[in-house]
Design a protein around this ligand. Structure first.
Ligand code: HEC
Length: 125
C-alpha cells in the first residue's frame, strides 16, 4: 500500500496588492475653492482655541464672538485671511490678535482652511 500525499497548491490565487489607494476628496490646493474645513478644524484646535474657545465665542476679554450674526465673519475670505496672517487690532481694542494666532508654522493653506472651518462651525447666516 502506498500513501498518497495530496499536495495542495494555491494555484490561481493571483491577488494584486497593488496601488489600491482610495480616492480622497481632492481639490484643496486650488485658490478659488473653499478651504478644507477638516484640516481647518485641526488648525483651530491647535492654535486658535485657547483665545477663541471651542465654540468660537471667545475665552478671554477682548476676543470677539465669532458666532455673532454681524460679527467678524461677515468680512470676506480675503480680509479674514489677511487679518489672520498679519495680525489685527481694531480701534480701542483691549487686546490685539497675534499674526497667525502666534503660530509661525501655519501655512497659507492652513489659514485658508481655518477660515472655511470658522464659517462652517460658527457663522450664523
Ligand atoms: C492670543 C489670543 C488669540 C489667538 C491665539 C488667536 N486669536 Fe484671533 N483674535 C484675538 C483677538 C484679541 C481678536 C480681536 C482683536 C481686535 O479686535 O483688536 C481676534 C480676532 C480674530 C478674528 C476677527 C478678525 C477681524 O477681521 O475682525 C478672527 C477671524 C480670528 N481672530 C481668527 C483667529 C484664528 C483663525 C486663530 C488661529 C489661527 C486665532 N484667531 C488665534 C485673539 C487671538
Amino acid at each position: 500500500m502506498t500513501t498518497k500525499f495530496l499536495l495542495l497548491a494555491a494555484v490561481g490565487a493571483f491577488i494584486f496588492v497593488g496601488n489600491a489607494v482610495p480616492a480622497m476628496a481632492g481639490h484643496t490646493g486650488d485658490p478659488g475653492e473653499p478651504g478644507n474645513a477638516g484640516n481647518g478644524k485641526a488648525v483651530y484646535g491647535e492654535t486658535c482655541v485657547f483665545c477663541h474657545g471651542k465654540k468660537g465665542k471667545g475665552e478671554i476679554p477682548g476676543v470677539p464672538d465669532l458666532t455673532k450674526k454681524k460679527g467678524p465673519l461677515v468680512k470676506t475670505d480675503a480680509e479674514l485671511f489677511r487679518n489672520i496672517s498679519d495680525g489685527f487690532e481694531s480701534p480701542g481694542s483691549a487686546m490685539a490678535m497675534p499674526a497667525r494666532g502666534g503660530n509661525p508654522d501655519l501655512t497659507e493653506s492652513d489659514i485658508h482652511d481655518v477660515v472655511a472651518y470658522m464659517r462652517e462651525a460658527f457663522q450664523k447666516r
